[in-house]
Design a protein around this ligand. Structure first.
Ligand code: ADP
Ligand code: MG
Length: 685
């Protein structure tokens, strides 16, 4: 271990975090969840965002600045606290000589004591329109911690349970006093200059103590490059390993191949047939397959995973069929086990909710080779899971696994064929950069006989017509999804939440009292016990109930052909790709389907893109344009500071640069390769 740490000399080890004031074992554990183990790691912790100071304004001016950050001072005139069960809104009215403005604090009832009528306060926050202008969750200035003034900036850190951003900022400051001279950039200054980047040591300081938004962005670019270099080093290592790999060679006679293809309940589409040919050719080589299958929602990717598994099983190899959610793993298991059993093969399901004895029994059968295809989540690669002859790993909805997680998996299964499937197509150039080590197949044809899907952004009094349309559908035996994303499902909502916000639970209660309840309403969300959730979905699938209220747990993979309408409420919380995936839950039969979006104008660009096109490819490009590629790769926090369109070309340039740097300079390669090895593995929650 010590040698690899020395290699990564540009990442100084400065001692355990518990050496810092205020960090005991409990806080050290919370910090570990952020990937922080050593004081040196703090230097590389990306702030979540930058806040800029706001202009001082009179209240009259602030009132006419809806949508802007402002800073106001005045006297407290009134404060009222409204409670909604365990949630609350505190409304504090502040007055100066020009007027008055309410400030809203959500779920911080204790603040009421702090605001005494007649006291002077300074507040900074965004002016929103809540039945009139109001300041939403403003920061409160004090003499000890004055609010940022115009032109000043400060970093906000991600904060795990029980730790504040301010505390992390304090730790970072302590780390910065120790780092001087200990960080040297592995890249040569001329290389950096070509990209207009600063060196790592400068970037580390500017990342945490910027004096302007421009400095902060420049520092973040250099930090993004760090991650890209690390990723590129891993890709390169993997390419080398794959070329020398010893995967199971599966040579299939034409006749047997025809027999396998005839096991499906349907004739393969032309595109599926083509992809099957590619898979068959890949599997016949000892070099492990690394194939990315892109196909829009509903294009029939599952069948391709099954086809590969059937080929592998005929050479007595095992397949791990992985999905990002238990729900989807269960569905694959339920849907595919019959085909497998008819072919004389056995299937298993391994999820976190399996009881200990059942889990043990399953693991024994796996290692004994009695299971041919095992379905599950990333639990399939827990350390206690051993296979008899694992030959293929199918990763469904692979974009839901982070780049790091996916890389880790592929590293683990050096000699295992891998088929990665995704409904989020990535434009060609980006795909090359991101998945330079993968071959790409595309399913560009939908199975025949699919009805059209119309999309509508439902506003105002159109909601009444919506209910009527839905009732007609359930009366006709069709199914309706009603999705309310959980707060935090998307990226838009940060900080405090309006307690009156709509949730799946609240919508469920309301629909139980609506005419839709005639045919039953069920609820499914990620926090209910998985058996309970599976039951809900099963009742919906069989038609026992015809309306399913859900969070985005149903976003990927769920396949109920009778479902012909989906309502997506508070849709502005969701990203474009997510909305498109959700819409893909309908339009799976010959009946015409509908997607209804209910959402605030802040989502209008995304809604309009959905209204305009059904082409997943176009949507992915638009999504990329709206969010930027750094985000796709998971190297940038969702552009909170980047106003407007992200610069895809610049990101791509950075990535290509990283690839070249590790390929051409063995010292750089060594540096970043050892970096990823020396880092403890952090499991995503
Ligand atoms: P996705 O690509 O979104 O994963 P699925 O694999 O879930 O799509 O397929 C969607 C639906 O289409 C499923 O009900 C599946 O049985 C059906 N299907 C797949 N291929 C064909 C085909 N060639 N002909 C008819 N139906 C098909
Ligand atoms: Mg699928």
């Amino acid at each position: 271990m010590s040698t690899s740490l020395e290699n990564a000399a540009h990442r100084p080890r400065l001692g355990p975090l518990t050496d810092l004031d205020g960090v005991g074992p409990a806080r050290a554990a919370s910090l570990a969840a952020l990937g922080l183990f050593d004081i040196g790691d703090l230097l590389f912790l990306a702030p979540r965002r930058l806040v800029s100071g706001a202009d001082d304004m009179t209240i009259a001016q602030a009132t006419s600045c809806v949508g802007r950050e402002v800073k106001i001072s005045g006297r407290i005139e009134k404060s009222t606290l409204q409670r909604f069960g365990r949630r609350s809104t505190l409304r504090v009215t502040v007055r100066d000589e020009t007027g008055s403005l309410p400030a809203l604090f959500f779920n911080q009832a204790w603040l009421q004591k702090r605001f005494k009528i007649g006291d002077e306060v300074t507040l900074r926050g965004k002016v929103v329109d809540q039945k009139g202008p109001a300041l939403a969750s403003p920061r409160i200035g004090s003499s000890a911690k004055p609010l940022l003034g115009s032109g000043e900036v400060a970093t906000i850190y991600p904060a795990p349970e029980g730790i504040t951003s301010d505390f992390i900022a304090q730790l970072v400051r302590a780390a910065l006093t120790q780092f001087e001279g200990r960080v040297t950039d592995p890249l040569a200054p001329v290389q950096l200059a070509r990209l207009g980047l600063t060196s790592l040591d400068v970037a580390v300081r500017k990342l945490h103590q910027p004096t302007s938004a421009e400095e902060f962005d420049a520092a973040r670019r250099r930090m993004a490059l760090e991650q890209l270099l690390e990723l590129s080093a891993r890709f390169q290592e993997r390419r080398a390993a794959a070329a020398a790999g010893h995967a199971l060679r599966i040579e299939i006679e034409d006749e047997h191949d025809r027999a396998v293809r005839s096991r499906f309940a349907f004739a393969l589409t032309g595109a599926q047939g083509r992809v099957a040919n590619e898979l068959r050719a890949d599997l016949a080589r000892s070099q492990p397959m690394r194939r990315l299958l892109q196909g829009d929602v509903g294009s029939g990717k599952t069948a391709m995973g099954l086809y590969a598994a059937l080929l592998v099983a005929s050479a007595r190899g095992q397949t791990a069929f992985m999905a990002p959610t238990e729900l989807l793993a269960e569905q694959h298991f339920d849907g595919l086990r019959r085909v497998l059993e008819r072919a004389g093969l056995s299937a298993g399901l391994l999820t976190g909710s399996l009881g200990a004895p059942a889990r043990r029994a399953l693991l024994l059968r796996l290692v004994a080779g009695e299971i041919d295809v095992v379905f599950g989540t990333h639990a399939l690669f827990s350390t206690d899971v051993a296979y008899n002859k694992l030959a293929l790993c199918v990763i469904d909805e692979q974009h839901r696994f982070g780049v790091a997680q996916r890389t880790q998996l592929l590293d683990k299964g050096r000699d295992v064929h891998a088929l990665l499937m995704t409904a989020t197509p990535i434009p060609r150039t980006q795909a090359l950069a991101l998945y330079g080590d993968l071959d790409i197949s595309v399913l560009d044809e939908k199975p025949p006989g699919r009805g059209a899907v119309t999309t509508q952004w439902v506003r105002g009094n159109e909601k009444r017509a919506l209910e009527k349309a839905l009732v007609e559908r359930v009366d006709a035996g069709e199914r309706v999804y009603w999705v309310v994303p959980r707060i935090g499902d998307g990226e838009e909502v940060t900080g405090d939440i309006d307690p009156r916000a709509m949730s799946a639970e609240v919508r469920f209660e309301r629909l139980l009292k609506s005419p839709l309840a005639r045919h039953g309403v069920e609820l499914a969300h990620g926090r209910m016990p998985s058996e309970r959730r599976a039951q809900s979905i099963e009742r919906f699938r069989t038609g026992e109930v015809r309306t399913l209220v859900a969070t985005t747990v149903i976003e990927v993979g769920v396949d109920v052909p009778e479902a012909t309408a989906i309502v997506i409420e508070v849709a502005e919380r969701l990203g474009l790709a997510q909305l498109h995936q959700l819409r893909g839950r309908v339009g799976r039969s010959s009946r015409p389907s509908a997607c209804y979006l209910i959402g605030a104008p802040s989502g209008s660009r995304r809604f309009e893109a959905l209204l305009r096109t059904h082409d997943g490819f176009e949507i992915a490009e638009e999504d990329l344009r709206q969010r930027g590629m750094g985000d796709l790769m998971g190297v940038r926090q969702a552009g909170e500071n980047s106003e407007g369109l992200a610069d895809i070309e610049a990101d791509l340039e950075l990535f290509l640069f990283a690839r070249r740097a590790v390929a051409e300079d063995p010292r750089v390669f060594e540096c970043y390769r050892s970096l990823s090895k020396s880092r403890p593995t952090v499991h995503a929650p």
